[in-house]
Write a protein that binds this ligand. Structure first.
Ligand SMILES: C[S@@+](CC[C@H](N)C(=O)[O-])C[C@H]1O[C@@H](n2cnc3c(N)ncnc32)[C@H](O)[C@@H]1O
Length: 290
């Protein structure tokens, strides 16, 4: 038993750290360097307490074989993921989406249907931003726009479905959008309008378990921003390879600004637009040639 006397908290031993770290990384991609062992210890201590366990090795076995393993894995994800997000994040990329990517796709597609995936949507601000932009986009008015937004954490998805947000979510929002698409609940909170909600479907999905995605139809655009920065190379490769399968030919993959496909994949081409650079799944036959 490794109870420390001062804090009455269990200490994470180096071998336990490695077992848990590798297991968590394989399960959901989140990867912790040795220097983050203390973070992992602190975040999981409360789970050990709840489960009345006295060492991390027992907790590891619980995650591996315990009857309540699925539920507990959900709790692990909730305490370990970083869910930071806000409306209209990374405006240059959104400009590229509205002014260059959408028009290009609109010209090419014959079925007047645009399918967008916000992968790792957190509390929903990214997906609702895309819905507001679609509602405002003159050329999309008679298009069927479907936004599918997924996350591994049930906790953030609950917030996303409610659509109630505090001030920090609006830190980068033009007052026009706040006035037009939100209803003030009180001085601190606003609720997103049903016209925006209607365009978004939220779902629970682990990006490292592609077998959960097989039923999804192909997408025209995938936004996966600020998710893979927390993954190791192996998990990044696995996820990106599956994004490639889930994109239409000529479809786009938009990553966060700190993220790139360097050393991860050569299956995409890098398109230079006016305001940003974006990855695109190449056509197997160049468009126009049959
Ligand atoms: C920092 S937030 C990014 C939110 C939004 N995309 C943005 O850029 O503002 C990262 C989100 O990715 C989710 N995530 C992490 N690993 C995941 C996985 N394996 N499958 C699905 N979602 C995951 C986390 O739960 C978290 O909500």
């Amino acid at each position: 038993m490794t109870l420390t006397s001062d804090r009455n908290a269990v200490t994470l031993q180096p071998e336990e750290f490695r077992l848990l770290r590798d297991f968590i990384s394989g399960y959901c991609g989140l990867y912790f360097e040795e220097s983050s062992a203390y973070f992992l210890e602190r975040r999981l201590q409360n789970r050990l307490e709840q489960k009345q366990l006295t060492n991390f090795l027992d907790y590891y076995y619980l995650l591996l074989y315990g009857q309540e393993r699925e539920e507990e894995l959900g709790k692990v994800v909730d305490v370990l993921t970083t869910n930071e997000t806000y409306f209209f994040r990374e405006p240059n990329q959104l400009k590229t989406f509205c002014e260059e990517i959408a028009p290009e796709l609109l010209q090419k597609k014959k079925n007047r249907r645009l399918r967008i995936w916000s992968a790792g949507c957190s509390t929903g601000e990214e997906a609702y931003t895309l819905a507001m932009l679609a509602l405002e986009h003159r050329d999309l008015q008679d298009w069927d726009v479907e936004i599918f937004a997924t996350d591994i954490s049930q906790r953030v998805l609950q917030t996303a479905r409610k659509g109630v947000y505090g001030k920090s979510s609006f830190r980068s929002t033009d007052p026009y959008y706040e006035g037009r698409y939100f209803h003030k609940l009180d001085s601190n909170r606003s609720q997103v309008d049903d016209s925006v909600k209607k365009l978004v479907n939220f779902g629970h999905l682990n990006l490292l378990q592609p077998e959960q995605w097989t039923i999804l139809a192909l997408f025209d655009i995938i936004f996966c921003r600020n998710v893979m920065i927390y993954f190791n190379l192996e998990s990044k490769k696995k996820m990106v390879e599956n994004f490639h399968r889930k994109l239409e030919e000529g479809g786009f993959l938009l990553l966060g600004h700190a993220e790139s496909l360097m050393n991860i994949s050569t299956s995409f081409s890098l398109r230079h637009f006016r305001h940003d650079m974006v990855y695109q799944k190449p056509h197997s036959v160049a468009p126009g040639i049959s």
